[in-house]
Ligand binder design. Structure first.
Ligand SMILES: Nc1ncnc2c1ncn2[C@@H]1O[C@H](COS(=O)(=O)NC(=O)[C@@H](N)CO)[C@@H](O)[C@H]1O
Length: 423
């Protein structure tokens, strides 16, 4: 959410942001509602002032003057009451419109309509060269008896997954490694629920708009978040933080649930796109400065890159274009990791800087050095998401006999083993 004063004074920039992000919001309409609301408030205030002045005259009035004054007071009270519904309606409409106003993209963001216009910034790591025919992750899991897709589909339908045997240890090892790694970089570990109230989805920016991606629970206001970003972003909702509490940095592990509505037919095989997964999420709440925000952006991006480098996985970094960054972002980079069986890089991380757009809709404020109450800035990036990360991990590190070589960094989490699986 942007500051209404900013929108009034920068309508052109906000209109342009909506246009390049493909956000369907009419800024002129919003400003009209805003003006009507200001006018209504001024009329009510004038009538209240007149009513107060009038009430002061009653005790001093003569018996002849008094009835008219009392009647005037009653008439004014009626007129004020009559304006209440219009006032409420305008406030509600404006609030909903404000929640849909997109953030202003950073000047470096390429204008584009969808992910096909994201810009590759750099590639890191050597692509693997196999002197045998490599298998895809589904066949590798099958060969090692580490999956049971038919049975789990019978129980849980499509986009479900089940891991067995050492693949389970690998999934937990990579999650633990990510938590350890981020804790080592000063991020406070959190293990958190995916259950959250609707307000938390509004605060993060997933609502309005992303309702169809979220699993709801019959008869319960709680919903299942698709990322720990939702509950974690609202932990301090409504509070006034002090400067010395900033920056808040969390490495939050949680389950994540996504209906994947609209993804029908995409990635239906294997572990890339499932309804429930586990993610270690990097979340930062920092002071309201673009310079500091961009520094944290570089840090959380670097953390994810360092994690991928430790896992010895080749990847590339792309900058999301305006049409693929979502309403709330100022800046967004995806990290895509090499998947040999597809011969393409697939998204495994998504790094975002949102300025004060999330903080304003969540009510995340702190007292700055001058004692002023200001909205904080927030950022998030994936640390690691499993099982998706297992796709490149298994495929890039597979050996001719179908066993999986374990990168040095993961071995401590797998009892020191350098290889898992049976030849
Ligand atoms: N349906 C899914 N199945 C498996 N993994 C998924 C799914 N959806 C997302 N992920 C993983 O979660 C990562 C982050 O998801 S995201 O929507 O792009 N971004 C976020 O959730 C942000 N909070 C940063 O983590 C993705 O890069 C991907 O690795």
């Amino acid at each position: 959410m942007l500051d209404l004063k900013f929108i009034r004074e920068n309508a052109g920039a906000v209109r342009h942001a909506a246009q390049v992000k493909g956000v369907d919001i009419d800024i002129d309409d919003l400003l009209r509602v805003d003006r009507e609301l200001v006018d209504l408030k001024q009329r009510v205030e004038a009538m209240q002032a007149e009513r107060n002045a009038n009430a002061k005259l009653v005790p001093k009035a003569t018996p002849e003057e008094r009835p008219a004054l009392i009647q005037r007071g009653k008439d004014l009270a009626e007129e004020i009451k009559a304006l209440e519904p219009a006032l409420r309606a305008h406030e509600d409409t404006l609030k909903l419109m404000l929640l849909r106003v997109p953030n202003i993209p950073h000047p470096s963001v390429p204008v584009g309509k969808d992910d096909s216009e994201n810009v590759e910034l750099r590639r890191e790591g050597q692509l693997p060269e196999f002197d045998f025919t490599p298998l895809d992750h589904v066949d590798l899991l099958e060969k090692q008896g580490w999956s049971d897709p038919e049975r789990v589909a019978r129980v849980s339908g499509s986009r479900s997954y089940l891991l067995k045997g050492e693949a389970v240890m690998l999934e937990m090892a990579v999650l633990m490694f990510a938590m350890d790694f981020l804790a080592g970089r000063g991020f406070t570990p959190l293990s958190t629920t995916a259950l959250a109230r609707p307000d938390a989805f509004v605060g993060s920016g997933h609502f309005p708009g992303g309702e169809d991606q979220v699993y709801k629970i019959e008869g319960d206001e709680l919903m299942l978040a698709g990322t720990a970003e939702v509950p974690v972003n609202s932990l301090y909702a409504g509070e006034q933080l002090s400067l010395d509490q900033l920056p808040v940095t969390f490495a939050a592990i949680s389950a994540a649930f996504r209906s994947e509505a609209g993804s029908a037919g995409r990635d239906v095989r294997g572990l890339i796109r499932v309804h429930e997964f586990r993610k270690v999420e990097q979340y930062v709440l920092c002071e309201a400065s673009e310079e500091v925000g961009l520094e944290w952006f570089a840090k959380i991006l670097g953390n994810a890159e360092a994690l991928l480098a430790a896992l010895e996985l080749p990847y590339r970094v792309v900058q999301n274009c305006t049409g693929d960054m979502g309403a709330g972002k100022v800046l967004m980079y995806d990290i895509e990791t090499w998947v040999p069986s597809e011969q393409v890089y697939r998204e495994t991380h998504s790094c975002s800087y949102l300025g004060d757009w999330q903080a304003r809709r969540t009510g995340l404020r702190y007292r700055d050095a001058g004692g002023k109450l200001v909205f904080a800035h927030t950022l998030n990036n994936t640390g690691v998401a499993a099982p998706r990360i297992l796709v490149p991990l298994l495929e890039n590190h597979q050996q001719a006999d179908g066993t999986i070589r374990i990168p040095e960094a993961l071995r401590p989490y797998l009892g020191g083993r350098a290889v898992i699986g049976q030849p």
